[in-house]
Design a protein around this ligand. Structure first.
Ligand code: PLP
Length: 399
């Protein structure tokens, strides 16, 4: 006779199976926005691939196989980002992707339209290429940077739209701000930018894999997404989805994998691949890409609406637990600009960095300290029990 399964415990349900993540047996992990946990199934797929190819090389992977090794990632990425498969490039990192796109767009800046709209507290890889463009020959004219602030009293989308004018060439912004969780309405930004002929680059690293994303409906010109956060992969792989216009441009950096048939080896002719694949450079970390494919299949299977609904429920539950102890979110959860999978908590008497360190050391609760707050990530494996552990620790530490 098989033993009956234990009754469901209050607060233990989660759309992502907790058994997939070793850390969850050891601690309370609320940090997917930093180093995201990778499911066991994806690690298994990576290690099988590594064993096959690392130990056996071309015995188990022919040249022909190698040209197809990223096909499954492209298909899964197209579903995740609601983008045509030909628009997808699989790259080594979000920084690589955004750097390439920024270099293309910088070459198009003109004296009449030199402005690039950026957020002062955005993730640095979103802004650094534009700071560098001022000193490099790839910029046709030096970009004029128009900085917008992410402040709780204002709507960041409105600030971005207000900064767009006749002289704007590019808006380059994260769709969800990594430190505060502020969400940008990319559709509204793209509409305002396109009305003046400007392009929009959206970094969706802190959105895709946690909530729905659509290249199609947002209308942005480029999306980039790192793999090792909400996409639940290991470092060394990222996605880009590029507009048709960007996909027919000659990328600023060309690698041998960006051509139609890399194993043709005709060093005298450059036959760039059709579509965004031309931005792919090298023999990349295929093991990371194989893990990403497995994780994307898992996330797509569960669905972004389910994951977003789960984190929304947790975020409201968290407020009920921590507000009585004096903790406040960067933005009220009811604010349209608040995301629910990244909640930044602040307390007047408890400095973020000290509390974050004590949470980890004394309470086994892993969060990040960003922009003076405790950044709490709420992913599909988190449960109400995780929130109670966090809330008890925060209450103790802010007393
Ligand atoms: C919004 C955003 N973009 C990009 C990155 C970094 O991506 P990568 O390491 O792939 O360049 C991060 C890392 O925190 C991030 O939050």
């Amino acid at each position: 006779m098989t033993a009956a399964p234990p009754p469901p415990t209050e607060g233990s349900s989660s759309p992502l199976a907790r058994g997939e993540y070793a850390a969850l047996d050891e601690c309370t992990y609320l940090n997917q926005a930093s180093l995201g946990l990778v499911p066991r199934t994806s690690i298994q797929a990576m290690s099988t691939f590594l064993h096959d190819v690392g130990q056996h090389g071309n015995v188990h992977l022919s040249d022909q196989d190698e040209t197809q090794v990223l096909d499954g990632v492209r298909t899964a990425a197209a579903e995740l980002l609601d983008a045509p498969q030909t628009s997808i490039a699989v790259l080594g990192g979000a920084s690589e992707a955004i750097g390439q796109v920024a270099a293309v767009l910088a070459a198009d800046l003109t004296e009449d339209a030199p402005e690039v709209v950026l957020v002062t507290t955005d993730f640095p890889s979103v802004t650094y290429p534009w700071l560098a463009a001022a000193d490099r020959t790839f910029a046709a004219v030096a970009p004029v940077l128009r900085w917008v602030e992410d402040e709780p009293a204002t709507d960041l989308t409105e600030q971005l739209v207000a900064a767009i004018g006749d002289r704007t060439a590019v808006v380059c912004v994260s769709a969800v701000q990594y430190s505060t969780g502020t969400a940008v309405d990319m559709e509204a930004v793209a509409a305002a930018a396109h009305a003046v002929g400007a392009r929009v680059v959206a970094d969706v690293t802190q959105l895709a894999g946690a909530a729905p994303v659509s290249m199609r409906t947002s209308g942005v010109d480029a999306m980039v997404c790192s793999g090792y956060k909400w996409l639940s992969a290991h470092g060394g792989v990222a996605l880009a989805a590029l507009s048709e216009e960007l996909s027919v441009t000659v990328p600023p950096v060309i690698g041998w994998m960006g051509v139609d048939d890399p194993f043709d080896f005709d060093a005298t002719q450059l036959r760039l691949a059709e579509g965004a694949r031309r931005y792919e450079l090298s023999t990349m970390s295929y093991a990371s890409a194989v893990g990403l494919q497995q994780s994307l299949d898992m996330l797509n299977g569960i669905g972004m609406h389910t994951l977003a609904e789960h984190s929304r429920g947790l975020a409201y539950e968290l407020m009920d637990l921590v507000v009585p102890a004096g903790w406040r979110p960067f933005r009220p959860l009811s604010d349209v600009a608040a995301s629910h999978h990244i909640v930044s908590l602040r307390h007047p008497n408890a400095p973020g960095s000290k509390v974050q360190a004590a949470l980890a050391k004394e309470h086994g609760v892993f969060t990040s300290s960003r922009a003076g707050g405790i950044r709490v990530s709420l992913h599909g494996y988190n449960t109400a029990r995780d929130l109670r552990v966090l809330a008890e620790a925060l209450t103790t530490l802010s007393r």
